[in-house]
Design a protein around this ligand. Structure first.
Ligand code: GDP
Length: 724
């Protein structure tokens, strides 16, 4: 096996890098395990029971998959061996960030949909992410045995139902990405890009498989109806049908990278590195994107990711984006089954796992080319909106806790760890209550640090509501002055910053062009000096002496305010700061950090208060399925939480409710909805954006935040910031 794997990694046309994506409980884990077992990478007896991809104990006990990890398998198709790298993706939406980064590493996705439930909200989310990353889908309709044996549908009705699932997936693809849909990215049973079967009972069938084996739809139905699953699993084994489909219809890295590189990298496609990535050239400069960091007790930090160009060899020196130092690659590994296998050299097109990259984090670009434009940052559909304070139970553990928090943040980039300078507390921000619970548990169990966490707290955003005239910010020595006005930033621009389409990584001309297309004036688009979160700092001054060398410090002042606004010290969002004039002392000694930073900071703080600084709160979209009988209990539960019902449909005796609820009101929802619906509701959540806190409760919310943070009860005034 080792030899087969190491031979195949040198033949890119024999490689498929894929992910399996699904709504929770639709059968992703069962499918992954049985594919691995079928390919002989784990024993058949263990598959299913062992929950292979769920290597984390936490995941097993909760039955959800949290960490994206990689397994590889060899499959023979038309008498030729192929190497299939399967990146695991989590099924719980609180961990949506992991899905995105897994998508970055793969070229194709098997979308799993439960035949009984049909497409669900997270099917939509993961499909959208795949298309966005230019990852091609095929469809596996799972749990077909339940249609036959539990729902007792006849063979005709079964065809109708399967057809409905296919149509619905295609409708989603068409709505999300009409161009790709037109280009043939739909799923089509006749064309072979759909398979259906039972991951649990280890069988699957597709049109090509029926032609190959001569088994008919009716026969499949009859075997299943007779509950002779063993015969079915022998006639049309799951792994053959699904992996054949993967090999035949999902692209190899050579074909895939031509389309994918422009979607995730904004450098010059005609440069040497651009061409090398498009061609997956193993002889080119190295270009590697880190999609996962894990800690191996023996080898230390292991960075896993996709190698787009060049070859990894032990001992080579590489640059990591965002850091100046070079590091030396220690171990170079690929995967065999779930194990990391050390090799001498890994060429482009593979998933590689390497050690020695000291400064790498998830999303880093690792390269041998000095000054390479990094890959676009990984897009997260969600933002961290819930925080807990973390303390070591025993003071002696404090140094260890600091180190452990650094590690968990590296392993999970959707987690934010910050040190509250004033209280000395470590704050951990994540995407929901459950996400933080899981991390806290992991810190205690895997890292052996006993901790105490505070009650979860919602993270708000400060933002302004109108444009103001420039405000003068004076340095303490009065020799430096900055004239800055603030204004709400256009929603279209905010959206593109959040999605990563506009960033400081873009070449300047391209960024200017995009901003002008969105309606920004040329003068402003030319003056972009900094982008932080969804805020922009623009310098429209002309010919001011010493300003260039002082700009770094001005931006430091901007950054300080963006991290903590004047009203509540919550992060700032959706704001444009424009520097229109400045006066600077000619002697550098008198315009150091202690002078310039406060001057810029105070101008922005005062400006924000004048521009009606207010609060935005995060929302969650909530999707609920309940029997119509208990629907009243569910809608009441939403309405009692300041929620809004967006849509309500019925399907048979089921009601499907789509709602939007402030995160602040979501605590304890799991328990309450259970009792309100006699435990018969199925629900899931998704990040739902930010909205203005209603005026009627803003004062109360601001007061609570200030009190919690130990800020003065009296609200700050403009004059506090404009030292006379
Ligand atoms: P995941 O959350 O998508 O990883 O889903 P799992 O693989 O953990 O499956 C969820 C549940 O559905 C488990 O209880 C499985 O045993 C069950 N399941 C998975 N596939 C099938 C199937 O084909 N038929 C039936 N009847 N049950 C299945």
């Amino acid at each position: 096996m080792v030899e087969r794997v190491t031979t195949l990694m040198n033949e890119p046309e024999k490689i498929r890098n894929i992910g399996i994506v699904a709504h929770i409980d639709h059968g992703k884990t069962t499918l992954s395990d049985n594919l691995l077992a079928g390919a002989g990478m784990i024993s058949k007896e263990l598959a299913g029971r062992q929950l292979f991809m769920d290597s984390d104990e936490e995941e097993q006990s909760r039955g959800i998959t949290i960490d994206a990890s990689n397994v590889s398998m060899v499959h023979t198709y038309n008498n030729e061996d192929y190497l299939i790298n399967l990146i695991d993706t989590p099924g719980h939406v609180d961990f949506g960030g992991d899905v995105t980064r897994a998508m970055r590493a793969v070229d194709g996705a098997v979308v799993v949909v439960d035949a009984v439930e049909g497409t669900m909200p997270q099917t939509e989310t993961v499909l959208r992410q795949a298309l966005r990353e230019h990852v091609r889908p095929v469809l596996f309709v799972n749990k077909v045995d339940r249609l036959i044996n539990e729902l007792q549908v006849d063979s005709q009705e079964m065809q109708v139902r399967l057809g409905k699932v296919i149509d619905h997936v295609n409708k989603l693809i068409k709505n999300m990405n009409p161009e790709k849909f037109k280009a043939g990215w739909k799923v089509d049973a006749a064309a072979g890009t759909v398979a259906f079967g039972s991951a649990l009972y280890n069988w699957a069938i597709s049109v090509p498989m029926m032609q190959q084996t001569g088994i008919s739809f009716k026969e499949v139905y009859d075997y299943c109806k007779a509950e002779d699953m063993k015969a079915l699993a022998e006639k049309c084994p799951l792994h053959s049908t699904v992996l054949d489909m993967v090999i035949r219809y999902l692209p190899n890295p050579l074909d895939a990278q031509k389309g994918r590189v422009p979607a995730i990298w904004h450098g010059d496609p005609n440069s040497a590195i651009g061409k090398s990535m498009a061609n997956a050239d193993a002889a080119g400069d190295l270009a590697f994107m880190v999609t996962d960091i894990s800690i191996d007790p023996h080898a230390g930090e292991v960075a896993t990711g996709r190698l787009f160009s060049g070859s990894f060899t032990r001992g080579m020196e590489v640059y990591t984006s965002g850091t100046a130092k070079k590091s030396r690659v220690q171990q170079v590994g690929i995967f065999m089954g779930p194990e990391r296998l050390e090799v001498e050299r890994i060429p482009a097109g593979n998933i590689a796992a390497v050690t020695g990259l000291k400064d790498a984090i998830v999303g880093s670009t690792v390269t041998t080319l000095e000054g390479m434009i990094p890959f676009e940052s990984i897009r997260h559909v969600s933002e961290p909106v819930v925080t807990v304070a973390v303390e070591a139970k025993h003071t002696k553990d404090l140094p260890k806790l600091v180190e452990v928090l650094r590690q968990v943040a590296k392993e999970d980039p959707t987690l934010q760890i910050t040190l509250d300078e004033e209280t000395g507390e470590h704050l951990m921000a994540g995407m929901g209550e459950l996400h933080l619970e899981v991390i806290a548990h992991r810190i205690q169990r895997d890292k052996n640090v006993e901790i105490v966490t505070s009650k979860p707290i919602v993270v708000y955003r400060e933002t302004i509501r109108r444009k103001i005239e420039p405000v003068e910010g004076k340095s303490p020595n009065r020799h430096n002055r900055f004239y800055i006005y603030v204004e709400p930033l256009d929603t279209a621009i905010v959206d593109q910053i959040k999605s990563g389409d506009i960033s400081m990584n873009l070449p300047e001309l391209e960024r200017r062009q995009k901003l002008m297309e969105l309606g920004m004036s040329k003068e402003e688009a030319k003056g972009i000096a900094g982008i932080l979160n969804s805020n922009i700092f623009i310098d429209v001054t002309k010919g001011i002496q010493y300003l260039n060398e002082t700009m770094e410090l001005v931006l430091d002042g901007f950054e300080e305010v963006m991290k903590a606004g004047p009203l509540t010290r919550e992060p700032v969002a959706n704001m444009k700061c424009v520097l229109v004039d400045a006066k600077l002392h000619e002697d550098a000694i008198h315009r150091g950090p202690a002078q310039v930073i406060p001057a810029a900071r105070q101008a922005i703080q005062a400006g924000m208060l004048m521009a009606e600084d207010g609060l935005l709160e995060p929302y969650q979209k909530v999707f609920i399925q309940v029997p119509q009988l208990t629907m009243g209990g569910a809608t009441k539960e939403i309405q009692g939480r300041r929620g809004i019902i967006l849509n309500m449909t019925t399907e048979g005796d089921l009601a499907i409710i789509e709602a939007r609820v402030p995160v602040a009101e979501m605590f304890g929802f799991a328990g309450e909805i259970r009792s309100a619906t006699e435990g018969r509701a199925m629900w899931s959540t998704e990040f739902g954006g930010f909205d203005i806190v209603p005026a009627s409760i803003q004062t109360e919310v601001v007061g609570q935040i200030r009190e919690r943070k130990g800020l003065k009860k009296d609200l700050p005034k403009v004059t506090d910031y404009l030292s006379m």
